[in-house]
Design a protein around this ligand. Structure first.
Ligand code: PEP
Ligand code: MN
Length: 336
């Protein structure tokens, strides 16, 4: 299943153009945000209710199902009245049980609607499951979960780093719950979207939600991550569906977990080097030498002592710490 379309509906023309191209690619569900939960006030906050008729027009013209984000009961009511087929609850809203409950109440009696629940912005699987349960308890049975990554405090390759173990655990607990990936919000960069989309399919995800805009650089929201129509066509054309062989599926899941660990290792080393450079400046001001042998011996001894309990060889830990120290010294000398 592929859900695609602009981050935000901007004009009637933009919606219908995007829908027409996506429909030609065989995509069945058009997404477009009307009420945008923006971090800062004053950013483009969506066209609101007027966009419902633009989506309705795209639905009539193409036969696609239409999808938008709801955050308030008033949004839900307006969408139901306008014939929106699929609603999604955004990451910021999933994080708030009061808001999800209010949405669930507004949904009661509308069993035909499909509701997709994005993961909350923080990596709390119970909060995600709780939101899914609130929607289910309102009588909605067409439900899907969307993994859109998690906010992290450190620099990362991603805008919202994926934590693959989280959706994998959700799938393990609820095998019949369709699980989609949103590589647009995970990567935050259009050139990384296709890779993450394919990784997720390899892991057994059931579908994709992807942001597509006829002219991404002019988009009023998320302009770095939206795909052009041509890039979306290429992505769809190059996707390979997963191999149903259980062993190879398991292998590719494990490999994604390894990739995630490697991302974390490099990100952490990069953060360490940031501190190292700050220390370098302090040493320079204090007229101290860059290499402080006593301090390094202390670090080595401390980390080697941890090796066994971490199931690592002492010699490996020693070599790794020496390598990291070497880079640290180079960074303090060259001030990269
Ligand atoms: C969106 O899909 O445009 C959106 C705002 O998503 P999220 O809730 O994942 O940030
Ligand atoms: Mn967006």
């Amino acid at each position: 299943m592929i859900v695609a379309g602009p981050c935000s509906a901007e004009t009637p023309q933009q919606v219908i153009d995007t829908a027409t191209h996506l429909h030609e690619m065989g995509i069945g569900v058009l997404r477009a945000g009307l009420w945008k939960p923006r971090t800062h006030p004053g950013s483009f906050e969506g066209v609101g209710t007027q966009g419902l008729s633009w989506l309705g027009e795209a639905k009539r013209a193409t036969g696609m199902l239409i999808a938008t984000e709801v955050a308030l009961p008033t949004h839900v009511k307006a969408c139901i009245q306008a014939g929106v087929d699929v609603l999604w609850i955004g990451a910021r809203t999933t994080a708030n049980p009061f808001a999800v409950q209010a949405i669930a109440e507004a949904l009661k009696g509308n069993e035909h609607i499909t509701v997709m629940v994005k993961n909350p912005i923080s990596p709390d699987i119970e909060l995600w499951i709780g939101a899914l349960q609130r929607i289910y308890n309102a009588g909605i049975t067409h439900i899907a979960a969307v993994h859109r990554g998690f906010v992290s405090i450190s620099d990362s390759l991603y805008r919202n780093a994926p934590m693959w173990q989280m959706p994998i655990e959700l799938k393990r607990r609820f095998p019949k719950l369709p699980l989609l990936i949103d590589p647009s919000h995970i990567t935050g960069k259009s050139d990384m979207v296709a890779v993450v989309a394919q990784q997720a399919l390899d892991m057994g995800f059931d579908g994709l939600m992807i942001e597509v805009h006829p002219c991404p650089e002019k988009a009023l929201s998320d302009n770095q991550q939206q795909l052009t129509i041509a890039a979306m066509a290429a992505l769809v054309g190059n996707l390979t569906t997963r191999n149903n062989n259980a062993e190879s599926e398991q292998l590719s899941i494990m490999r994604r977990l390894i990739d995630q660990c490697d991302d974390e290792i490099l990100t952490t080393i990069s953060r360490r080097m940031h501190v190292v450079r700050q220390i370098g400046e302090l040493k320079q001001k204090a007229g101290m030498q860059v290499v402080q042998q006593g301090r390094f011996n202390e670090i080595l001894a401390q980390r080697k002592a941890q090796a066994q309990s971490l199931q690592l060889h002492e010699t490996f830990v020693e070599s790794l710490m020496k390598l990291i120290h070497e880079e640290a010294v180079t960074q303090q000398i060259t001030k990269i």
